[in-house]
Design a protein around this ligand. Sequence first.
Ligand code: FRU
Length: 909
Amino acid sequence: MLGFINTFVKMKIQHLKYISLLFFILSCTSPQEYKFFIGFSQCTTADSWRKDMFDGMERELSFHPEMVLEMKDANNNSQKQIVQIQSFINKKVDLLIVSPNESEAITPIIEKAFQAGIPVILVDRRTASNKYTAFVGADNFLVGQNAGIYANILLNGIGKVIEIGGLPGSSPSIDRHKGFLSVLNKYPQIKVELINSNWEKNSFENNLAKALQIDPSVKLIFAQNDRLALAVHQLLLRLGLSKKIKIIGVDGLADENGGLDMVNKGMINATILYPTGGEEAIQVAAKILKKKSFRKENILFSTIIDAKNVRIVLSQTQKMKGQQGDILRQSTKLKTLNQTYSSQRNRLYFITVLLSILILLGALLLYLLREKQHSNKILEEQNHAILEQKNEIEKVSMLARKATEDKMRFYSYISHEFKTPLSLILTPAEDLLHRKSIEPKENRTTLELIVKNANRLLRLVDQLLELRKLDAGKIELHGNQNDLRTFVKDIVGDFSVKAKSQQIDLQFICPFQTVPYSFDAEKLDKVFFNIISNAFKYTPKGGLIHVTLLKNVDKIEVIIADNGIGMNEEEKTHAFDLFYRGNQNISLGTGLGLALSQEFVTLHGGQIELNSEKEKGTTFKVILPCNQEGLFFQEPIVEMAVLKVHHVDNDFITGKKAMKQTFENTIVLIEDNHDLNDFLTQKLSQYYNISASENAEIGWEEILNHIPDLIISDVMLPGMDGFSLIQKVKSDFRTSHIPVILLTAKGQIENQIEGTKAGADAYIPKPFNQQLFEEKIKGLLENRDRMRRRFSNEVKNPSNLQKGERKFLIEFEALIEKNIKDSSLSVEKLSYELGMSRVQLFRKISALTNKNVTDYIAEFKLQKAKALLSESEKNIAEIAYETGFNNPSYFTTFFKQKTNKTPSEWRNQ
Ligand code: FRU
């Protein structure tokens, strides 16, 4: 007996170890993702044994989270159980566990489920068929046998036995009965009577009580379960038979009034251990579902428990229950852990997904960033290209603008070139028309002037056409071999008269007797004529112009050197520039000469070099290649005399013309065009004293010399231009009062504004009407007179004067005031103090006040004396000294002369 118990206990402990290991493994593994659905049809759930079975199942299921179990309770009703099993079949459960209420009744539905392919595990009770997958439970026949064996031991082979059977159609009831009888039938003195029950109390007590009444010799009652045994014990107690009749039960549960408890308390004699098999049923189910090998018949261990072994079994069972409790707690903990794990896993999944998204986003961002950088780079390149294009366009448009400006400048230049000769045609022609009687000689001079200027216009037009041809590349060289020495010498000779009139040292120098050379005489004639004309333009009276012809192995040089006013750097740079006008110092007299000259020399394969220094002079070097094959011309030699197309103005005047002091008003005229200068001088000298110059430098000297009443000046002048001259005149207090008329071809409004700003009093564009011009001069002079007359009446209040003039007079009066006591105060002293010459001061004061300086000082003294007489207590002598009279009687004479009263009379009036 003890051996059995040990085996049982060892098995349970082994089992628990295995469970713990499984728990550990499971706790380490992740929960399965799939699920098995198990239907469990229980015949009843009303007793502790069934509860124990279900607890065992749940414990085991806690290790199989992949399996889900649903239990239906048939309440000891076979029909109900059939319906419930059918519903599990309908649900297509993965596995069915059934504890059949009655064998025969339940067999068809189990077979149906089995045939439908649903694995079926029978627990505790069997069906009447072998169509099931596995059986888990103890051997009830053996249970009956053990009860029989123990009954025989208790009865010692003699006595009456009553067996309380279970539900008659249930397999344990049948098998236990069979097993019981199989043992006791061997003892003929033992009689067995069967009373049926439905496994529960109240179903048999009446029958048992009757049976005990009928046969009081009953020695032992075998109840097929412990609940029936308890009811038997209670009945026997009531009947007072408990000491007389022995009781054997089945199940062996450890709880209160369970088999073990009753054996321990002596309420019954023994119980046959009948395990529920809940855990084992789930273990088998797991094997089946996971397609592992399993046993069809899983027979559970069963043994007899009586007073001898009950304590150890109880203690082991309680120990086991404790461990089962631990397992349950751990299982609960495991569930919590699983849930935590699951939520953590979900979180991990979420974080992983989030991280993946972040990584993806990061990658996308990186990609976009790269893309952006790439497109930025492309954009930058495009921008750069656009910028370059823009710069290029700007450059081109700047060039275009410059070209337009150059053209405009050229047109303006050409207009000027045309306007001057036009003025000299129109003005004398109109003059002739308005004259009533004309001297024949004068008539001829005027007509000659007209013809001369018409020819000049023609020359200009020719030059323009040649430039046009040059521009279009149509101009060709025509000529043959000639003596260049003779050619150049003749051109220089043409200027000899002009040189003489201007007292210029003109020389032609050539160390060779003859310089044979192939050239286009017509073109080179224009080149040398233009350059020499230019030299004359800038060389003052008494200067020198030397023309030198040199010949080398491979080149000929014609050097035209002067010691004239020279050019500055900018003028040099643009000397050959067709459109350039710069600060207007470039000669206009040569027309398009220098630009054209350079083109002609280039046509000959040569070049022109220019050296010039301001105030020192200018040297043009015409370099022509010689002995070059390229210089052969097919056309016949043309006579040189015919080629002379130029005309030297030998009646050229530079500097000033002598002025006769005949008239009241003096005019300084500055006009670089000789003919116009001459014409105007001739016309104006009929009414005014004229000092005429051809450049502003000489003109300025004349202005200072004469302090004229009017200045007439051209704007475009060689050297200092008209605007600069006005500025000089207006900013010098010696000359600031002098009205200025600007006379120029430049008719544009902006030039007029420029001239007016500079201080011009009038602006007359060329060509002008002579009569109108003369009226303008007259008007300006009369204005000045009117102003002077008015001023002479109000010396102390020169309100009509310009600011600069007023300031001058205030300073002048302050100077008189300062020196008024000085009897030796003179015009010389005042002019010295003011930094002017005596004449300049005289002219200035006269121009501003219509008075001479001496009168002005006397007037000032008189005014002062009058003021002192009327406002002070000073006596006459004192006042005489105060006003610079050494002698009071001289003061009295002076005062009476001016006022017709003596100072005393004047004071007392
Ligand atoms: C529980 C029970 C047990 C018995 C078994 C037989 O319902 O009555 O007491 O041993 O059923 O199936």
